[in-house]
Design a protein around this ligand. Structure first.
Ligand SMILES: [Zn+2]
Length: 494
């Protein structure tokens, strides 16, 4: 069983570049059971919460992973052979598909790989197994949460110095210029520098490794590393056992942030990803036999175009930027007047209480302060709504998509007391790259695809949620989840 997550891959890319897709993306889209209206049905459309929901069948409010800043990073789990920030699933709660597989067959093997720590860690949950990601020194590694030394095959793969061999290489478009509808050059791209193809990786090796993740080759390398793991770990080699390979491909996110969803660069990245995935599926089939592999594909989130770039594809013509400074200034003034240190709150995920004790000491209800913030933000142009969590708890979650997505994100009695939602396609002030993270359809609409034996091909109408994927795969494998899920099994036969 292979679970693929493409980072920052809205469903629309499968339509938009449709005619130019001929590889693995096209194969999965056309031969699989395909929901174009797949949904990450939670509010903060970011990598960590999105990945935590892929194989847990549960929303962020139940996995405990609410945002990247409240994700996997910790100094308690340093990396092996790298000074990059440590990472572990210490915030993740509950079980995943791997745990259910393992409970059924203790021999089950698993490998999870990504360029990003959170992309490799969170799909698997808390299990201390083979989980690897790419460090800024150009090597795949893991953290001491998982092990103290790298296995021989990982060391041998790093010793081939494949990414280092790309130093000084040039990224040019795969197809002739007339196959791209997008302009090559827009001054909003890439902080106003290196706007136009070809893009060249620095010749200096150490510098090249630091920006390698922004070139399509990063995905090709991740897939090559995954295949090497499949070979050496014997994943899928035993006919009586089902093993699990999870791969999260991060380059689409890096290129999308840098150039935006209307750029020629992102179009070309998707075409290359499509070809890489085709070769990857061919290699897997050659290794383990056609008809013995189940593939699932989804994404952690989509993206919104730069507000200043009038998009030919998205309806972002009224998009604006919002600076919440004034709302915070009002809250800080009120807190000071009430005798609460302003350091008792921060802006992670909304209005978050960091120090509940400071409020208790002063005899101040945090929600009274959050209400000031909400009232101020509601007056802003560009703010769609601001809500106290306790008010959202009584919202109509069938018809109010935004309220539902916030409630799938955060507990009503948690440290985040209030949240704000921008108007569609709005950005926060000061963000100089293209980004995502809002509870709107464009940020949460991702493909949900299943492909392989026992799965009837064809486009499926209606919505499928990403939390439905794990229970669907459990049903396909005939295994039972170990806890109550938010998702339910989708019909894989029409
Ligand atoms: Zn991102």
């Amino acid at each position: 069983m292979v679970f693929l997550t493409v980072d920052q891959f809205g469903s629309d890319y499968l339509e938009r570049y449709g005619g130019n897709l001929t590889g693995g993306l096209a194969r999965l889209r056309d031969e699989g059971a395909t929901w174009m209206r797949g949904r990450q049905d939670h509010a903060i459309a970011e990598t960590a919460p999105g990945h935590a929901s892929t194989m847990s069948g549960r929303f962020p409010v139940h996995t405990g992973i609410s945002s990247n800043s409240q994700g996997v990073n910790t100094t308690d789990a340093p990396l092996i052979g790298s000074g990059d920030i440590g990472a572990s699933p210490f915030r993740f709660r509950g079980t995943t598909l791997y745990d259910w597989m393992k409970a059924t067959d203790p021999q089950t093997r698993v490998l999870s790989v990504s360029r990003k720590d959170r992309g490799a860690i969170l799909p698997i949950g808390r299990a201390k197994v083979d989980i690897y990601w790419f460090a800024s020194n150009g090597r795949f590694t893991t953290s001491r949460y998982y092990r103290d030394t790298l296995p021989t095959w990982v060391g041998a793969f790093n010793a081939t110095r494949t990414p280092q061999s790309y130093a000084g290489r040039t990224w040019s478009p795969l197809l002739p210029a007339d196959r791209y509808a997008e302009p090559d050059t827009n001054p909003l791209e890439s902080l106003g520098t290196d706007l136009t193809f070809p893009h060249t990786l620095p010749a200096d090796e150490a510098l090249a490794m630091r920006s390698f993740s922004q070139y399509p080759w990063m995905d090709s390398l991740t897939l090559a590393f995954a295949l090497e793991g499949v070979r050496t770990m014997g994943l899928g080699a035993t006919p009586t056992r089902t093993d699990l390979l999870a791969v999260s491909l991060s380059t689409t996110d890096a290129v999308g942030h840098r150039y935006g969803p209307d750029s020629r660069e992102i179009h070309d990245q998707i075409l290359r990803l499509d070809r890489y995935l085709g070769a990857f599926l061919d290699s897997l089939q050659a290794l383990r036999g056609a008809g013995r592999i189940i593939v699932a594909l989804t994404a952690d989130h989509g993206i919104a175009p730069f507000p200043e770039w009038r998009s030919p594809w998205y309806r972002n013509h009224d998009a604006q930027r919002v600076d919440p400074k004034r709302a915070w200034a009002r809250v800080y003034a009120a807190m000071r007047a009430a005798g609460v240190d302003t350091a008792a709150v921060d802006s992670d995920d909304g209005f978050r209480v960091r120090d509940a004790e400071a409020f208790r000491r002063a005899g101040v209800d945090p929600d009274a302060m959050a209400a000031i913030w909400v009232r101020e933000l509601r007056r802003y142009n560009g703010v769609l709504r601001a809500d106290l969590l306790r008010d959202l708890a009584s919202a109509d979650t069938v018809h109010d998509d935004i309220a539902r997505r916030w409630l799938h994100m955060l507990p009503p009695d948690g440290p985040v007391r209030a949240v704000v939602t921008l108007e569609p396609f709005g950005y926060w002030a000061g963000v100089d790259y293209a980004t995502h993270g809002q509870p709107h359809d464009y940020d949460t609409n991702v493909p949900v695809i299943f492909w392989g034996p026992g799965i009837a091909r064809g486009r499926r109408a209606g919505e499928a949620r990403v939390v439905d994927m794990a229970p669907t795969l459990a049903t396909l494998l005939g295994i039972t989840p170990l806890e109550r899920l938010d998702g339910r099994a989708l019909p894989l036969r029409p």
